[in-house]
Design a protein around this ligand. Structure first.
Ligand code: SIN
Length: 532
């Protein structure tokens, strides 16, 4: 057994900020599936939104967030997260994050940060580090965690299940409520499953956009935290609101990567194959409208024409400015022979972000005692039905910081006797197809049946197919030695089912959930969260 005060599952901004904060109160284990850098934070290009310009206001940022979220966000949560933004961006700077500055001869004072703009924002308020903001944040956080004697890091280790009452023999009778005492974690180098026992566990495992075949996320985004929390009895909220990023690179072979919205913030325009721009027909902010609106518009225009992609034209932006602000995108496009200073970029929408997740408070508290959640895995009420661009790093930072300073981190915990994981000996290679095929099929079904424009009929077809897949995969899980791919595929099926069930519960269109059968918003019945 590995005994810690704090167990952190996931190594993005939420996990590492929490780890740094609670390292003041005890020993911390950070457990992550691959390397520390394999997380959505590292992929984040555009930036982190906050009120950093003297002519901007908290009220403006709150109003933009609420409007982008189709008025489903919780104003008290929005206000609290947004007002704490500047202070916590200063904290990231103090940890060593190298944001892009307006004037390089000054130091990193907040008022010297260069700010860009993204969709749905009425003001320039996105702090960035060229087009690798997340990576710069990760460099600083990882350096601080590695030099911290109270933090141990376990890479290539996957959490299989949270340790709660459902694993414990309750000899003294029923104890009401659910508590978490850590997690069973498999070390991929040995396939051994260890008990990681901890007073507090932080779920910072990110989102689940990998339920879609066409997505912008790293391979690790398989919804492990959401699935474990659901199996342990926590509520999930607003799972139908999957944000599709309007501009993922399109290639004939299907390889994709994100083309940051900041490119549109600096003046790039979406165009159809004939060169015409179209977003002004859909929203007064044109190509910089909120993401749900842009993605739906692209989807509608492409379907009308039977085309697979449209174009993002950045050629009007000064070429030096373009190359220096977006060096990562420049180098990725060059791999495909595209010079974005001279040619438009082929793009199409792809699954990007879960606006819903494990229901949690501004302090990261969940339904399960001793279990925190922060970042994309959580649903705090900030995003509502659609996330405002670059609000996700901000939310993860604020919630993880709050959670890390929550008074309960100092509480003692009485641990029950935790049984070892019952690892099976047998492994039926002949049936491995159940995992490999079904993983792909989940992505294809979700792309085709549960995409940007949904219908109740297709949602029902998708549900019955994925429920069958879940039965097959779960059988394999129950009867074979555990492996990462099996755990991930089971989690993908659990989350896909939660998404479809939530989508079927919401008989209206709002934010990122668009239902062809009910194309309008119905505030009288559905201005409420969908709870699973
Ligand atoms: C982007 O750079 O377009 C992504 C930023 C985000 O998802 O908020």
């Amino acid at each position: 057994m590995r005994d810690y005060d704090f167990l952190v599952l996931g190594s993005g901004i939420a996990g590492l900020v929490y780890a740094l904060q609670v390292s003041n109160f005890g020993k911390v284990a950070v457990v992550t599936k691959r390397s520390l850098y394999d997380c959505n934070t590292d992929y984040a290009q555009g930036g982190i939104a906050a009120v950093l310009d003297s002519s901007d206001t908290f009220a403006g940022h709150c109003a933009d967030t609420y409007a982008a979220g189709a008025e489903l966000g919780k104003m008290n949560v929005i206000r609290q997260i947004i007002t704490e933004g500047p202070k916590l961006i200063q904290y990231l700077i103090d940890l060593g994050t190298d944001f892009t500055l307006r004037d390089d001869t000054y130091d990193h004072r907040l008022e010297n940060l260069s700010l860009t703009r993204e969709g749905g924002h009425t003001h320039r308020r996105v702090a960035y580090a060229n087009d690798s903001t997340g990576h710069q944040i990760m460099l600083a956080l990882i350096a601080r965690c590695r030099e911290n004697a109270n933090i141990d890091i376990f890479e290539n280790s996957i959490a299989i299940d949270l340790i709660t009452q459902h694993h414990i023999v309750q000899d003294d009778g029923f104890v009401p409520g659910i508590s978490c005492w850590g997690a069973y974690v498999m070390d991929e180098s040995t396939n051994e499953v260890h008990i990681f026992r901890a007073r507090k566990t932080m779920l910072a495992t990110g989102g689940a956009a990998r339920i879609y075949a066409h997505n912008t996320n790293p391979a690790v985004s398989t919804g492990d935290g959401m699935a474990m929390a659901r199996l342990a009895g926590a509520r999930l909220a607003n799972m139908e609101f999957i944000q599709f990023h309007p501009t993922a690179f399109w290639s004939p072979g299907g390889e994709t990567f994100l083309i940051s919205e900041a490119l549109r913030g600096e003046g790039a325009v979406l165009r159809l194959a004939d060169g015409s721009s179209f977003m002004e027909n859909y929203h007064p902010q044109g190509s910089l409208a909120p993401r749900d609106i842009v993605s739906r518009a692209i989807d509608a225009e492409l379907k009308k024409r039977g085309e697979k992609f449209c174009w993002l034209d950045a050629t009007k932006i000064d070429s030096e400015e373009l190359r220096s602000h977006f060096p990562y995108i420049d180098s990725r496009l060059r791999e495909y022979g595209i010079d974005f200073t001279k040619q438009p970029i082929p793009v199409s929408p792809a699954a990007h972000y879960f606006c819903g997740g494990v229901l949690s408070t501004i302090d990261g508290l969940t339904d399960i005692h001793n279990l925190f959640a922060a970042g994309e895995v959580a649903c705090t009420g900030l995003h509502g039905a659609n996330r405002l661009a670059s609000n996700s790093l901000l939310e993860a930072l604020v919630i993880a910081y709050h959670a890390g300073n929550h008074p309960s981190n100092r509480e003692d915990v009485a641990f029950p006797v935790i049984p070892p994981w019952k690892q099976r000996e047998e492994f039926n290679e002949n049936e491995w197809v159940v995992i490999s095929h079904n993983r792909e099929i989940i992505g294809t079904i979700m792309d085709g049946y549960v995409g940007i424009r949904r219908s109740r009929r297709l949602l029902k077809y998708a549900l019955s197919r994925i429920e069958n897949i879940y039965t097959e995969v779960n059988n394999f899980y129950q009867h074979n030695a555990v492996r990462r791919e099996v755990v991930e595929t089971r989690n993908l099926a659990i989350i896909a089912i939660a998404v479809i069930r939530s989508a079927l519960m919401r008989r209206e269109s709002r934010g990122a959930h668009f239902l062809i059968d009910e194309p309008g918003r119905n505030d009288a019945l559905y201005k409420i969260d969908t709870i699973i």
